[in-house]
Design a protein around this ligand. Structure first.
Ligand code: NAD
Ligand code: GLY
Length: 387
């Protein structure tokens, strides 16, 4: 096992192909265990503080991985099924889960386990943050996107019809188990959606990592195919997920509750969230909306003279390699973008706050973007919007 920054108290893991790193927030630390077979390798008894354990998942994911999870955690859990889809990351689903916990008499030493992608993870985390003022939870992310991003860092939320992730809390997990064997059933489009967030880390924090992704994109796609066929090792993918988690952990450790720097993790997200709200959280994957948002944020950075054209084109080529969308949904206008973007959490009183690229590998947060430049960017993407 490859380790980075792991304390002596951390449990031992008996699998050489796994990686482990630690998020250290001073008053709370937790490990992220990464690799094929991670679920089996964790000492679950170390993390489950009572017999009261609730696994939150959906039908599809449960059909593949629930029995496997049950067999390793060592207790018979309450299982709550949430309907599939971003539109079910909602207060209605949270209420379903709160009710199930209350009916089962769950106490404050219960543990919730999120088995699924970012939708299940964000919802479970939000319910864990609020049930009896907070209970422990564990993330078992099963999509690339949730392994590199949503399971790490403690942002939990549900959507509101008026805005994405508008109701939420910061609540850190006790443990993250990123088991790459779950990619066996992950659709290729979901893998691609996750790549948008992977590419984001290179753009905002690590130019060398961005170049590594450019060089390794074919090999990565091959490794993904291997995992879909049941491969038991995926060293390139494991190291890439580990690097993303390290980069995210650095930012979260510096600014856990997004008073400043953490907002860089949202490169492209203000545009992307506008797309998701515009389509009513249906028909577009989060990572797909983020990919268009990244293209727009880079275009805007170029219009402002901050990055050269080749950084924009290199990024577009890399996103294209994963077949990620190029334009906003058909019929979405510049005015639609402005309407949704004004509701974004990153608004600073009246001024729109956007994450831009200062240079490859370095992001910056700006609330000084001239409206004319933003309009030029929106018009460019919306006028040529034909699909
Ligand atoms: P998702 O959770 O909707 O999962 C995508 C689809 O894949 C779903 O249909 C799911 O049932 C299915 N699936 C998941 N794992 C599978 C597997 N192994 N095999 C087969 N099917 C599988 O989408 P996502 O991309 O994982 O997450 C997107 C969500 O994450 C959004 O709500 C977004 O806002 C949130 N997010 C949160 C943070 C954060 O910091 N909390 C960061 C990024 C994104
Ligand atoms: N995905 C953005 C964040 O965790 O801050």
């Amino acid at each position: 096992m490859r380790e980075s920054n792991v304390s002596d108290q951390d449990h031992k893991i008996q699998n050489a192909s796994l990686s482990q790193l630690k998020v250290d927030l001073g008053n709370h630390q937790y490990p992220i265990v990464i690799g094929p077979g991670a679920m089996q390798s964790v000492d679950w008894s170390h993390y489950l503080v009572s017999e009261q354990v609730c696994v939150v998942t959906n039908d599809e994911i449960a059909s593949h991985y629930l029995e496997q999870l049950k067999s390793v955690i060592g207790v018979e859990p309450l299982v709550v099924m949430i309907e599939e889809g971003e539109q079910h990351k909602s207060l209605t689903s949270a209420d379903q889960l709160w009710s199930a916990l209350l009916e089962a008499g769950f106490r404050r030493n219960a543990t919730l386990i999120a088995l699924g992608g970012g939708v299940i993870g964000d919802l479970t985390g939000f319910v864990a943050a609020t049930y009896q003022r907070g209970v422990p939870f564990i993330q078992v992310p099963t999509t690339l996107l949730s392994q590199v991003d949503s399971s790490v860092g403690g942002k939990t939320a549900v959507n509101h019809p008026l805005g994405k992730n508008m109701i939420g809390a910061f609540h850190q997990p006790q443990l993250v188990v990123a088991d790459l064997s779950t990619f066996k059933t992950l659709p290729k489009e979901e893998f691609s959606a996750g790549m948008a967030e992977v590419i984001k880390y290179g753009l905002i924090q690590d130019a060398a990592f961005f170049k590594h992704l450019q060089n390794q994109s074919e090999a990565l796609l091959e490794e993904f195919k291997g995992l879909q066929q049941g491969a038991e090792e995926a060293p390139l993918m494991t190291s890439i997920i580990q690097r993303c988690c390290e980069l995210k952990a650095q930012v979260v450790q510096a600014d856990e509750t997004e008073q400043g720097k953490r907002a860089i993790l949202n490169l492209g997200h203000t545009f992307g969230h506008a797309i998701e709200a515009h389509v009513g959280y249906q028909g577009w994957r989060h990572g797909e909306a983020v990919s268009v948002g990244i293209r727009m944020a880079l275009d805007l950075s170029w219009r402002l003279g901050q990055v050269p054209a080749h950084v924009v084109s290199d990024t577009n080529v890399l996103l294209d390699q994963f077949h990620l969308p190029v334009r906003p949904p058909s019929g979405m206008s510049a005015d639609h973008f402005i309407e949704h973007m004004k509701r974004d959490k990153k608004m600073n009183s009246t001024q729109m706050r956007l994450v831009l690229l200062a240079q490859l590998g370095q992001a910056e947060i700006s609330d000084q973007v001239p409206e004319s430049k933003l309009q030029e960017c929106l018009t460019h993407f919306c006028v040529t919007n034909t699909h």
